[in-house]
Write a protein that binds this ligand. Structure first.
Ligand code: NAP
Length: 481
């Protein structure tokens, strides 16, 4: 049943100043699941003002007290994991079990930063002068503007808000227009734990108006963005005029390398779970699979066998492990990549079509697809497909595959499978990516730094590094009399 939702500014649930709204669609059924305010420039300004007003008190609060709020949020998220997951499945489409996994992953950032809040250490520095004492202290950067994507409606929010609040910053967040309902649900929890007014503000709305305000306003000290590289570049330019601190978590194009000495069965299982999670709509999901020539036939057979286990359907139905894509544009992009590959000589082994049979015709479903004999000039091996398409290529030598894997402007995640410890060292050190999965296709956890090299982004989220991104280092020089 469709419901009306509101923005949360200065501790109040409010409509957009213009009273305009927009609808949120279930991508499995195209039904309207909710209506949210279409916030604009003025709503963003109200929220920034509220965050600015709340900053002195929140930043002065003991980190132990800030941690108590975060712990309260963590407890409520975990105890309501089913309810929050239902919302994710309704607005994003991912299978319910995967959505529950996302809620727990989202909550793990809140728990981690509740602990990290107490570990913001400064330094004492040996001085070259006996009459001076030198120190550094860490302080929150100020008001944070946060902009998030639709593919992890809950986790991309907590991965930003939790460290920002732990550091003592106040926040204004704009979630993606396809998935604002999970954001509203998280803010209801903020209200329930009595987070002081203005500390966290939610503005659903127009991406350009709200996004521009958050990335240009003089009172926003830091902007943190997760989304496409294309929009990330706009945010980077916007933020330059006021020299804002900036974190960018952008697109990827992950290579997945299978060496001939790898355990092929576990590599195939790992590839399946990495590639078809969220129907291939994750920033760290595999885009190019390189398999050593001597084992490619065997690996292909094993992988096809694994692919037979996939079941496409509504995320709320039991046994479904691949849901719909987010919208029709996503279907069109995937179809374009598959057609381009086939027209250039790739072999379509499985899938390769939009699914419109039975009740799937109402949503945006695309069949899990395997392309073999692909080449690097094909779109599927150059751009983010963001869909359930796997592309296989073969290689002969380690040197060759490294050069091909690194030949991209993206640098988020890369994976390789081998049982040779010397190769592990060589390849890990040579891949130009921020996250390396070694016989592991699920590397993302709250306690480790997540972020890309090259045009995949700036700064890290997760780990102690994720907290550093919301802190300034202040140097104190004290002369003794
Ligand atoms: P997107 O189109 O770049 O949108 C991301 C956010 O930016 C949304 O909230 C969007 O608002 C907003 N936005 C759009 N245009 C804007 C503008 N001109 N100014 C300010 N804000 C603007 O990305 P997406 O399609 O939601 O997400 C998929 C992308 O995110 C993929 O490239 C994926 O790889 C990347 N991603 C990266 C990571 C990571 O950690 N590196 C994690 C997840 C996803 P609207 O929704 O209202 O348009």
């Amino acid at each position: 049943m469709s419901k009306n939702y509101l923005n949360f500014i200065n501790g109040e649930w409010v409509s957009a100043r213009t009273n305009k709204t927009f609808e949120v669609i279930n991508p499995a059924t195209r039904e309207v699941v909710g209506t949210v305010p279409l916030g604009g420039k003025e709503d963003a300004q109200d929220a920034i003002e509220a965050a600015k007003k709340a900053f002195p008190e929140w930043s002065a609060l003991s980190p132990f007290k800030r941690a108590r709020y975060l712990n309260g949020i963590y407890q409520k998220m975990v105890s309501r994991k089913e309810e929050l997951a239902q919302l994710i499945t309704a607005e994003n489409g991912k299978p319910l079990e995967e959505a529950i996994g996302e809620v727990l992953y989202a909550a793990s950032f809140v728990q981690w930063y509740a602990e990290e809040a107490k570990r913001v250490y400064g330094d004492t520095l040996p001085s070259s002068s006996g009459r001076k004492r030198l120190l550094t202290i860490k302080q929150p950067v100020g008001v944070v503007g946060a902009i998030t994507p639709w593919n992890f409606p809950s986790a991309m929010i907590t991965r930003k808000i939790a460290p920002a609040l732990a550091a003592g910053c106040t926040v204004v967040i704009k979630p993606a227009e396809q998935t604002p309902l999970s954001a509203v649900a998280i803010f209801k929890i903020f209200e329930e734990v009595s987070l002081p007014r203005g500390v966290a503000n939610l503005v659903c709305g127009d991406p350009i108006e709200v996004g521009t305000e958050l990335s240009t306003h003089i009172n926003v000290s830091k902007v943190t963005f997760t989304g496409s590289t294309e929009v990330g570049k706009i945010i980077y330019r916007n933020a330059s005029d006021t020299v804002k601190r900036i974190s960018l978590e952008l697109g990827g194009h992950a290579p997945f390398i299978v060496f001939e000495d790898a355990n092929l069965k576990s590599a195939a299982k790992a590839l399946l779970s990495n590639k078809y999670m969220n129907a291939g709509q994750t920033c760290i999901c595999t885009n190019r699979v390189y398999v050593q020539e001597s084992v490619i036939d065997e690996f292909t057979k094993i992988f096809i066998n694994e692919m037979q286990k996939l079941s496409v359907g509504y995320g709320i139905d039991e046994g479904v492990n691949v849901g719909p894509l987010i919208d029709m544009q996503a279907i069109e992009k995937v179809a374009k990549h598959v057609d381009d590959a086939v027209s250039k000589g790739a072999t379509l082994m499985i899938g390769g079509k939009q699914l419109t049979e039975g009740n799937l015709k109402r949503g945006f479903f695309y069949s899990p697809t395997l392309l073999t004999n692909t080449t690097e000039d094909m779109l599927v091996n150059r751009e983010e497909t963001f869909g359930p398409v796997t592309s296989f290529m073969s290689f002969k030598t380690e040197e060759e595959v490294l050069s091909r894997a690194n030949n991209t402007s993206f640098g988020l995640a890369a994976y390789f499978f081998t049982n040779d410890v010397n190769r592990v060292t060589r390849i890990s050190e040579s891949l130009e990516y921020g996250i390396i999965g070694i016989n592991d296709s699920q590397p993302s956890v709250a306690e480790a730094p997540f972020g890309g090299f090259k045009q995949s982004g700036l700064e890290k989220e997760g780990g102690y590094q994720g907290l550093e991104a919301f802190l300034e280092t202040k140097y104190l020089s004290m002369r003794l009399s």
